[in-house]
Design a protein around this ligand. Structure first.
Ligand code: DX5
Ligand code: ZN
Length: 228
């Protein structure tokens, strides 16, 4: 995950039509990842789907699966998702008990590992975890629901995290999730984001594939301007 030359786009199927999930996955076959939001009704005030959908998606698409676990017990359940076909599994720093142990189990199975920060959690909370992970995911909304407004203070957090990762000489990439769309893709990439999750922006667009291309193009402008 060291290629920072292009910004990865990970459409969140939370905004897809679940009665036509195969069709919606086909519509985003050009994406870099498919973002799958696992919510347990405890860590967040909403309940979504589990391994069944991950298995079904892994049969239906060749696009790598980015599984975002919003659960209280990722240490006990993350391996289920590795078995189900996840390519990247992200767990919250507010929930995980032993990230180094979980990360080494997942990496041993060839699965990428990410750590997630809620909007209220400071960047420093993951400072000691950078070497254990491939991805740091910054939430730009309070997790639980799609379609929320982007929290503007995310830019400062992404910049701070970018510095931390670069100073550590780590290849970890920065993912941003929540309220992402054409209005902020460029600024996020410029601040240091490498991977953008978008649910409503992509699946509510008339042409999801064209929206992926637009997000990529806008992010490429931000990436080119990074550090200026
Ligand atoms: C929120 C989820 C997000 C959500 C993003 O808890 O983690 O992945 O699907 O949806 P949008 O892009 O609509 O904010
Ligand atoms: Zn998510």
């Amino acid at each position: 995950m060291t290629d920072t030359q292009h910004i990865r786009i990970s459409p969140s199927i939370l905004a897809a039509d679940f009665l036509h999930l195969g069709r919606d996955l086909e519509a985003i076959h050009d994406a870099d990842y498919v973002h799958i939001d696992v919510m347990d009704g405890h860590f967040v005030p909403n309940l979504t789907y589990g391994t069944t959908i991950v298995e079904a998606a892994s049969r239906a698409t060749d696009v790598p699966l980015d599984v975002h676990m919003m659960v209280t017990n990722p240490d006990e359940t993350a391996l289920w998702y590795a078995e189900a076909g996840a390519d990247l599994i992200t767990v919250h720093i507010e929930a995980v008990r032993d990230l180094p142990a979980l990360a080494s189990e997942l990496r041993g199975r060839g699965v990428g590992v990410g750590v997630v920060l809620n909007p209220a959690t400071p960047v420093q909370a993951v400072a000691d975890s950078i070497d254990d992970v491939d991805v740091v995911l910054v939430m730009s909304v309070n997790p639980g629901f799609g379609g929320q407004g982007f929290i503007e203070s995310t830019y400062g957090k992404v910049r701070e995290l970018r510095r931390l990762i670069d100073e550590a000489g780590s290849p970890a990439i920065i993912e941003v999730d929540g309220g992402v769309g054409p209005a902020n893709a460029e600024a996020l990439a410029r601040a240091g984001a490498d991977m953008l999750v978008a649910g409503s922006a992509i699946f509510r667009a008339e042409d999801p594939a064209a929206m992926i291309a637009e997000l990529r193009a806008r992010a490429a402008v931000g990436l080119a301007a990074r550090g200026e």
